[in-house]
Design a protein around this ligand. Structure first.
Ligand SMILES: [Mg+2]
Length: 229
């Protein structure tokens, strides 16, 4: 198989899909905020970096939402209202559906190379269906890249960074050494800490170099994986 890795597992949010800017931009620009797609992409990764810095758990998105909004140039007088709207809409897991350009292609290429792949996500029971609807992957044969599993924390009852969530994926990768399995995520706390504790090799998606001070292998985009494998 690969020279460094024999299998790859993926986080979903921030790696395969993002909170949909096509939904959020009209909501936030109504309050005078930025409506450019790229501002919402930047806001996500900045939010994740702030969330990790605060070592907030999965359930606390306060830091994330505040930082996210701070990147959207909402005038001071509307900031609280916009934050309330953002927080409310963001709490719906189905919003995490915008396919990150290159993610579907990268999964397909890994599949074509015979690299076993799967997904492990802190989610709300929806992520397998979202990944299919967003054209990224499905479990088993189908129109998109084929993954061995999509583990949803809500379904299995354990969430990252608890390393035991990975056991639900690893049963589908029997015979492959854990240290030869990469886990690609965008959170230092949930993904890097969790997968490291499970004995996997963490890789952080860090498109804006927010985590240069941290001891972790980083990539800017998912396609960068193809030269690492
Ligand atoms: Mg994520």
């Amino acid at each position: 198989m690969g020279t460094r890795f024999d299998a790859v597992l993926f986080d979903a949010g921030g790696v395969l899909v993002l909170p949909d800017p096509a939904v959020l931009a009209p909501l936030i620009s109504y309050y005078g905020g930025d409506d450019r797609h790229e501002a919402y992409v930047r806001a996500h990764y900045a939010g994740m970096a702030a969330k990790s810095a605060s070592t907030a758990g999965e359930s606390d998105w306060t830091q994330y939402n505040e930082t996210y909004l701070s990147h959207l140039s909402v005038p001071e007088e509307h900031r609280d209202t916009a934050l309330g709207v953002l927080t409310h809409v963001k709490s719906n897991a189905h919003l995490w559906r915008h396919p990150i350009p290159g993610s579907a292609e990268t999964l397909r290429e890994l599949e074509a190379r015979g690299v076993p792949i799967g997904v492990v996500s802190n989610a709300s029971g929806q992520i397998e269906s979202t990944l299919r609807l967003s054209g990224i992957c499905q479990v088993g044969a189908g129109p998109h890249a084929q993954v061995r599993c999509v583990v949803d924390s809500h379904v299995v009852g354990i969430e990252k960074p608890d390393p035991r969530i990975f056991d639900h994926a690893l049963v589908h990768f029997a015979g492959i050494e854990r240290s030869r399995i990469a886990y690609v995520g965008d959170s230092l706390v949930m993904d890097v800490r969790g997968s490291r504790a499970a004995g996997l090799h963490p890789i952080l998606v860090d498109p804006y170099d927010d985590a240069t001070d941290h001891d972790v292998e980083r990539i800017k985009m998912l396609g960068d994986l193809l030269s690492l494998i």
